[in-house]
Ligand binder design. Structure first.
Ligand code: NI
Length: 266
């Protein structure tokens, strides 16, 4: 089982790097060439029975993951859960889902067309979590989604793959604080997400997070090619709870701002 779960995350990482070239160089910069431990990997989906949070998580549960926390993002019309493995070197997995029924009929129709195009067999296949987009999309549909939900537009373009990986600062040899990580990234020319401040959370919340703004990749729509934000890289430092164990949950107010790392940056 261990080999299987490691190989799954290897595949997810390779797929993510193909859309996030900055992550490879940042990983080398922060890890000084050593392996970097991931705090978590994040997924986006729709709340359709066919591929909601539980569906995506079923493959993880079979590999030893357990559900550990639930979160609500009212303004973005999302809910989320996070999953942990008893092997703490394996990343936590944060899966959110869009509450599709809360959007306009126009948006729902586009989403339903996408969901209907995905076969149940492909959802249960071993490669689903790094299968990407398997449907056609027009730039008009993308822009219709974008007007109501950046999240929906991102998911429609990129499909089922990691939205971001997250470096565990606690496990880095050469960095202690999130401030020094951020400064090192900015000095190297990377753009950080400053929505809500560069550092989300604090020691009192037991979790500090920052992230790059997503890379941009050319996407072929049915009618044209456009440069679209792909995936970003996140950085997390965790603090111990009263019992001395590192806090392993998430902070909804911080995650809310991290979602905005895939907004188009100027
Ligand atoms: Ni995250």
């Amino acid at each position: 089982m261990q080999t299987k779960v490691i190989s799954l995350f290897d595949n997810i990482w390779q797929d993510y790097l193909s859309l996030t070239p900055s992550a490879k160089s940042i990983c080398e910069l922060l890890g000084s060439g050593n392996d970097v431990i991931n705090d978590h990997v994040a997924y986006r989906t729709f709340n359709h029975d066919k591929l909601n949070i539980e569906k995506l998580a079923s493959q993880l549960l079979a590999l030893g993951y357990k559900e550990c926390g639930q979160y609500t993002f009212e303004q973005k019309k999302l809910v989320a859960k996070h999953y942990e493995h008893q092997d703490s070197t394996l990343p936590k997995v944060f899966i959110s889902e869009l509450l599709v029924e809360e959007f306009s009929e126009e948006v729902q129709a586009i989403i339903n067309r996408i969901v209907n195009s995905i076969s149940p067999a492909s959802i249960s296949a071993d490669n689903f979590l790094f299968s990407g987009r398997t449907w056609k999309l027009s730039s008009d549909d993308y822009n219709t989604l974008l007007k109501e939900s950046e999240y929906a537009a991102w998911l429609a373009v990129w499909g089922y793959r990691a939205n971001h990986f997250t470096v565990s600062i606690n496990h880095l040899d050469n960095f202690e604080t999130i401030e020094t990580v951020n400064q090192t990234l900015k000095d190297a020319g990377y753009k950080l997400n400053s929505n809500g401040g560069e550092i989300k959370g604090d020691k009192a919340l037991m979790l500090e997070q920052s992230s790059t703004m997503a890379d941009s990749i050319e996407v072929d729509f049915t009618d044209k090619t456009l440069l679209i934000p792909s995936c970003f890289y996140e950085f997390a430092r965790r603090y111990p709870m009263a019992n001395g164990v590192l806090y392993s949950g998430f902070v909804a107010a911080s995650a809310d701002k991290i979602f905005e790392s895939t907004n188009k940056s100027n």
